[in-house]
Write a protein that binds this ligand. Structure first.
Ligand SMILES: Cc1ncc(COP(=O)(O)O)c(C=O)c1O
Length: 432
């Protein structure tokens, strides 16, 4: 009996003790030894990094695997849809250029004003669509800093507008700059991240665009990231996509209504898709282009049903700074033996160069972070069993959970050609 309430920490310890006791009493409940060494692939990658002298946290991109993924992408969509590269998910000019070469597209979706200026400057033969609505001041800044005349924003740049208010602001900006601006309307096809929700409002916006001397209606963008995650109980991904396309169709019909004989769907950008859904689209759907980025490098958030034939193509590689025989948690030194007995995968500790990225340990197998010890961006503790084949100066490989931010954290991307690190590709600069 307790005469005062058990505090949360004590309760945790009591629970831990009870679970530990149960595991000792029932050894078959104990986790098995999951440790091992790098397979051939990661050994080759380790040798390549060593040869290149890259003993620091490095983002590695496998060029052959990237090509395999672009091959799958084109196999699925090339006869039905145009392809648009999602720039934020592949945030490096040489990477985007490489995907352009492999897919033959000149369409890129852009999400950040400094990246927009960079791409317009360095890739003046591209067709750019904003993937999110920019504050009107950011749009204005684009024009103030745009200098490359080979990129004509009036013809090659499509701004995204999500509401009548933003439409008014863009109209005022276009008039003030005496600049033709192409406008794509953002549709809320079920993600509920903003955008037009009624086809009647879409019709009104197109009417306004028709009457505006500087703005031009250029199409729709409807993104449906929610679809792949929809539970089966409420229809699953197929039903969610079907609902999304029903609304998309209504908006296309509204455009047809307002534009009458001037309606030219082949001249409009009718954008949809994302990595986790693009394989679900058929030629019956009302869109004419699909946007895909992450799926070409496949971080772990994209281990989803409709992307099974894509393979992971990007890893974080980082050297082990210290490989220790024990795992010692400050204040709990006396329990290290007990912890190893309860779970052999916690027996040893490895401190890596950097850490705490949006990523999970991938190779060698059997590594995990230690919640009790805590996370570190400087020297991260990873635990593993005595079977983990890892010594000081070996590499640990982690698989990013996403690409858009992770890719920006390491400086140049190290491109692995299957044997060597054959190029270093600079990444976008956030605030340039
Ligand atoms: C508007 C839009 N389209 C498409 C995508 C798909 O990108 P990815 O293929 O990298 O998931 C995104 C991702 O956030 C997006 O915001």
């Amino acid at each position: 009996m307790h005469d005062k309430p058990v505090d949360a920490k004590r309760r945790k310890l009591l629970w831990g003790g009870a679970v530990g006791g149960a595991l000792l009493a029932a050894p078959w409940l104990r986790p098995g030894d999951a440790g091992g060494g790098h397979n051939d692939y990661f050994l080759r990658l380790q040798n390549a990094l060593s040869e290149a002298g890259l003993y620091r946290p490095t983002l590695v991109l496998d060029a052959q695997r990237l090509q395999q993924n672009t091959g799958r992408l084109m196999h699925h969509i090339s006869s039905k849809f145009a392809y648009r590269i999602v720039g934020k998910s592949l945030p490096s000019l040489p990477l985007i250029k490489s995907v352009r070469d492999q897919t033959g597209t000149d369409r890129v979706m852009v999400f950040h004003q400094p990246f927009l200026n960079l791409i317009a400057h360095e890739m003046p033969d591209s067709q750019l669509l904003l993937g999110k609505p920019m504050p009107v001041q950011a749009a204005k800044r684009f024009y103030s800093y745009h200098t490359n005349r080979r990129f004509d924003p009036a013809k090659q740049l499509q701004w995204l507008v999500d509401s009548p208010e933003r439409l008014r602001e863009y109209s005022e900006l276009a008039a003030a700059l005496n600049q033709t601006m192409q406008i794509v309307l953002e549709l809320d096809v079920g993600l509920h991240r903003g955008g037009f929700r009624e086809s009647g409002d879409v019709g009104l916006a197109i009417l306004q665009l028709k009457q505006d001397p500087h703005l031009k209606f250029a199409g729709f963008m409807g993104y449906e990231a929610h679809a792949s995650k929809m539970p089966r109980l409420i229809g699953g991904p197929v039903q969610a996509l079907s609902n999304a396309m029903k609304f998309y169709e209504q908006c296309v019909a509204a455009a047809q209504n307002v534009l009458g004989e001037h309606y030219r769907p082949e001249q409009l950008t009718l954008n949809a898709g994302g990595s986790s859904t693009y394989q679900m689209y058929t030629s019956k759907d009302p869109c004419n282009e699909l946007a895909v980025g992450s799926g070409l490098v496949k971080p772990s958030d994209f281990d989803v049903q409709y992307l099974q034939d894509h393979i992971p193509a990007a890893f974080i590689a980082t050297p082990v700074i210290k490989a220790l025989d024990k795992t010692l948690v400050p204040g709990l030194e006396n329990f290290s033996g007990l912890q190893a007995l309860l779970n052999p995968n916690t027996e040893r500790s490895f401190f890596t160069y950097g850490g705490y990225w949006k990523a999970n340990p991938e190779s060698p197998p059997g590594l995990s972070t230690n919640a009790l010890y805590g996370r570190s961006t400087n020297q991260e503790m990873l635990n593993g069993s005595t079977s983990v084949e890892l010594k000081r100066d070996d590499f640990v490989f982690l698989r990013p959970t996403q690409s858009e931010f992770v890719f920006l954290q390491f400086g140049d991307i190290a491109v692995f050609d299957g044997r060597h690190i054959s190029s270093l590709w600079p990444v976008f600069q956030q605030g340039a």
